[in-house]
Write a protein that binds this ligand. Structure first.
Ligand SMILES: [Zn+2]
Length: 577
């Protein structure tokens, strides 16, 4: 790697002392304060040199790992013809996030929010035989998505830099191999960027396809709720997290049914308080409307039904809470008194119901509940399934380990696309037997600016950024504290030269400013290794070494300094392996 050393006096880092009012989250504040970015318009940013250098560091790591995985770099245009989007069917589907315009010849055009159409068009023109496959193409390019509410600085900007890769295979098996390759490369990339992250199984959303993983950086300020195991690699969006079913049956002796008056008592809170029972004894009978008619879903009083899971279990397209009329039709009672006994509709129950006995539920009669209800004796369900949101007391569905509930920031997303685009755009190849078949695709994105912002969200303190060394614009910063002292100046200059010659990227704060001012800026910029040279350190013929991530200081003799500093730098890189 070419070392890139700079002097503060001849560089351009306009730092800010005040926290900018426009910035809601810490990475946005710090990127503005450290002179990394400046806003031009809503969701559109200038990258200043210090920000650009961090961006380039991430790009460098991404490029190395993509190349290592066998992906091949291309550069596709940012302006795309509307025709291609009409051919794929996304021109109408994509909505206002796609910035459309007409060129001087009145041709429909757009700014690329993603490049499936363009890359599939390239491949359909150039690739015709199984002998040319598989192939993975990638680029690092500007994207534009006309977000309705851009915010959080470069975290959710309208214009941003993205690495997007696309794999092309002859069959599903090949596509799975490409997906695995990219999954592994993504792990290597984020580890090398110094991030704590998890790969989370995710919904495919608007891009469409059959399978996907999101790579989430664990940070308290993230927008997504995620559940991760403390013990194994399992991680999931909270919404999607599996709750492990338990086959063990209830063991308590069955008691006699008992109807009780519960005037105006409807909610779980009200019922449990009124009857002095815990919510874990209560069953919520929820009536839903679907295209196949109304159904009943049973979950424990202290659990929350997950409608996505219910929809998947029922295999229906439409699912909505039933209106009061439907509830009355189904249960014979107003809302709030539904129970499972005597219901004529399809009943599905969460796994946890199976372990309950002598349950409390609505009596299907106004102002009445019923006690000591038992499945089998008093009602039957049509099936048990995982229907609820996971809770902090649930074990990991893979290893039974303890789960951590937290927030995450999505920095990468990989998808198996199947043949969605290759069929629409007729990207086919001839197989071994001369038969024509659609190419099987995958796509793989990383938000480059997002990685920088997420790293700052994960690693900072009240004084500023704490860069992981691998993505820091510089590796070492040298602060001569008394510039007017010839010896201080000379030792700092020598060290700057010597370290640069050794291949270390050094930032020399050669400004004639007060020591406190320089130290504050050094903390704000977050360069991982700080060297101070001062009258005091030179009294013992030493310089001072401090890591931005640690409070302790140590002295090194001036003549040993370059070697000692280089070892410290190497140690920081080694810790990312
Ligand atoms: Zn686990």
């Amino acid at each position: 790697m070419t070392p890139l050393s700079r002097r503060y006096s001849q560089f351009f880092i306009p730092t800010l002392k005040e926290v900018p009012a426009e910035a809601e989250i810490i990475s946005h504040q710090l990127m503005l304060r450290a002179g990394m970015i400046r806003k031009l318009a809503a969701g559109i940013y200038n990258y200043l040199p210090f920000g650009l250098m961090a961006l380039k560091k991430v790009e460098g790591i991404v490029r190395q790992e993509m190349d290592r995985a066998g992906a091949i770099e291309v550069l596709l245009p940012e302006v795309q013809p509307g025709d291609l989007w009409m051919e794929s069917g996304r021109w109408d589907y994509y909505g206002p996030e796609l910035l459309r315009f007409r060129d001087r010849h009145n041709r429909e055009s757009c700014l690329g929010p993603t490049h499936e159409e363009v890359v599939t068009d390239l491949v359909r023109r150039e690739i015709h035989s199984y002998k040319q496959l598989p192939i993975i193409l990638y680029q690092i390019q500007t994207k534009f998505r006309d977000e309705i509410r851009p915010r959080f600085g470069v975290m959710r900007a309208r214009e941003f830099t993205m690495k997007d890769a696309y794999s092309f295979d002859i069959d599903e098996e090949g596509a799975n191999r490409s997906y695995e390759l990219m999954y592994t490369a993504y792990g290597a990339i984020f580890r090398r960027c110094g991030l704590k992250f998890r790969a989370v199984e995710a919904d495919t959303g608007a891009i469409g396809g059959s399978f996907s993983h999101e790579f989430m950086v664990l940070a308290d300020t993230g927008e997504d709720d995620i559940v991760s195991c403390q013990n194994c690699p399992y991680a999931s969006n909270l919404e999607k997290a599996e709750v492990r079913g338990d086959d063990s049956k209830a063991t308590e002796a069955e008691k006699e049914l008992q109807v009780v008056d519960t005037p105006g008592i409807k909610t779980v809170d009200e019922v449990t308080r009124f009857l002095s029972v815990g919510p874990e004894k209560l069953v919520k009978t929820l009536i839903y409307q679907t295209e196949d008619g109304p159904i009943a879903a049973l979950v424990r009083g202290d659990h929350e039904l997950n409608e996505t899971k219910l929809k998947n279990v029922l295999k229906v397209q439409e699912l909505a809470m039933a209106d009061p009329e439907t509830v009355f039709e189904v249960t014979g009672a107003p809302m709030g008194f539904a129970g499972a006994i005597g219901l004529k509709v399809r009943k599905v129950a969460d796994f946890s119901i199976n372990q309950m006995s002598n349950m409390v539920m609505g009596a299907n009669e106004e102002d009445k509940h019923i006690l000591n209800v038992n499945e089998g004796r008093d009602f039957q369900v049509d099936g048990y399934a995982d229907l609820r949101l996971i809770t902090p007391s649930d074990p990991c569905p893979r290893c039974s380990g303890e789960l951590r509930f937290g927030k995450g920031i999505e920095v990468g997303h990989i998808f198996k696309l199947g043949t969605k685009y290759s069929k629409a755009l007729k990207a086919t190849f001839l197989d071994k037997n001369g038969r024509e078949a659609p190419i099987v695709m995958g796509c793989y994105g990383i938000g480059i600016g997002r990685v920088v912002a997420a790293a700052i969200e994960q690693s900072h303190d009240e004084n500023g950024i704490i860069f992981p060394i691998s993505i820091s614009p510089f590796e070492v910063t040298i602060l001569p504290l008394e510039l007017h002292e010839a010896r201080v100046r000379n030792v700092a200059e020598d060290l700057y030269q010597h370290l640069s010659d050794l291949g270390v990227a050094v930032f020399l704060d050669d400004r004639d400013e007060r020591p406190g001012f320089k130290l504050k800026d050094a903390d704000l910029l977050g360069i991982p290794v700080r060297i101070t040279v001062s009258i005091r350190t030179l009294e013992s013929n030493s310089i001072e070494i401090k890591l931005r991530s640690r409070p302790d200081l140590r002295l090194a003799p001036v003549d040993m300094a370059p070697k000692a500093i280089r070892e410290v730098v190497q140690g920081l890189y080694d810790s990312l392996k």
